[in-house]
Ligand binder design. Structure first.
Ligand code: ASP
Length: 314
């Protein structure tokens, strides 16, 4: 194999709201693991062939968006109005460029639209009709609502549709599936990128935007520190500015990646009641995937031989 100019590394997640441990059947577990593996392999292969961290994270996230198992793209959860409103963001750590979309529907791969906003517009975040207009201008094909219909997610919404609740899967008693998706990577040039995509939270209010498309909250990348993609109760992630906080602990306090991520997920987030987790990579290709929930669908691989694919705590 050709010598790599730099260590490459990638991590992906499929959400911190996993099925309760007792409810996971071997068949379901195998399905989740297969989807995670496919996304991880595609991203890793892209890095190996010299593609950028942005390419690799976009590709890995697109694969998870195309699966109904995860709460993004095709598998997005239902809002209180019975619709789908998707959010996504992508950021690169070299020039700190970023693109994000919020409250969009009908777009098969929101992460690609976020990337187009980063690369083909002068803006960072476009929402609702404005984002849809931009997508149409670029020739995006719109999918019918049926494409996003999933019986399981529909039932998940039925259980709380007439209440004021909106929720993550792990706050439910019932067998549900859930999971924002994300990827972080370090490429052969030592550049970092982070990508995150979500349908948000079941029964969320019309117009609610979570942490995922907000740069610094659910998604952040900076070559000087790290790239981070989050999953969990968005309202808390916004208030704690989670992704940027990990970066700040590294930049201003000199903490190593793992320590910085641990501090945010296990100390700062629980203090305000936030549950969830994150995946992160630094410019040396070090990876970490902490979470304070029962599980987090996650996988990681680097060119030093590290490989991990797990759902619950090890
Ligand atoms: N953070 C997402 C949101 O609040 C939900 C998730 O991570 O699954 O929209």
């Amino acid at each position: 194999m050709a010598q790599l100019s730099n260590k490459i590394a990638i991590a992906i997640h499929g959400g911190a709201g996993t099925l309760k441990k007792g409810m996971m059947t071997p068949v379901k577990e195998a399905e989740y693991k297969k989807a995670l593996q496919e996304s991880l392999d595609a991203g890793y292969k892209a890095l190996l062939s010299g593609k950028s961290a942005v390419d690799a994270t976009e590709l890995a996230v697109r694969i998870l968006e195309d699966s109904t198992l995860f709460n993004a793209g095709k598998g997005s959860v239902f809002t209180a109005g019975g619709t789908h409103e998707m959010d996504a963001a992508i950021m690169e750590g070299d020039h700190l460029k970023a693109g994000a979309v919020a409250l969009i529907n009908g777009i098969k791969n929101p992460i690609s639209l976020a990337r187009d906003i980063m690369e083909r517009s002068d803006h960072v975040l476009l929402a609702a009709e404005g984002a849809m207009e931009f997508a149409k201008k670029l020739g995006y094909e719109l999918k019918d609502p049926e494409y996003f219909y999933d019986e399981f997610r529909y039932q998940q919404w039925q259980e709380i549709r007439d209440t004021d609740q909106f929720q993550l899967d792990h706050s439910l008693k019932k067998d549900t599936k859930f999971g924002t998706v994300g990827a972080v990577a370090c490429d052969q040039q030592g550049n970092l990128a982070a990508a995150t995509s979500t349908g948000g939270m079941t029964n969320k209010r019309y117009g609610r935007i979570g942490d995922s498309p907000l740069i610094g909250c659910g998604n952040y990348a900076n070559n000087a520190t790290c790239a981070v993609s989050c999953t969990g109760s968005g309202e808390y992630f916004i208030r704690a500015v989670v992704a940027y906080d990990v970066s700040c602990l590294m930049e201003y306090k000199g903490l190593a990646l793992e320590k910085a991520a641990f501090e945010v997920v296990h100390n700062r987030m629980p203090r305000i009641g936030g549950d969830g987790g994150l995946i992160a990579v630094d410019r040396h290709g070090m990876l970490t995937m902490p979470f304070n929930t029962e599980g987090m669908y996650r996988a990681a691989r680097d060119s030093d031989g590290l490989f991990q694919l797990s759902i619950y705590k090890d």
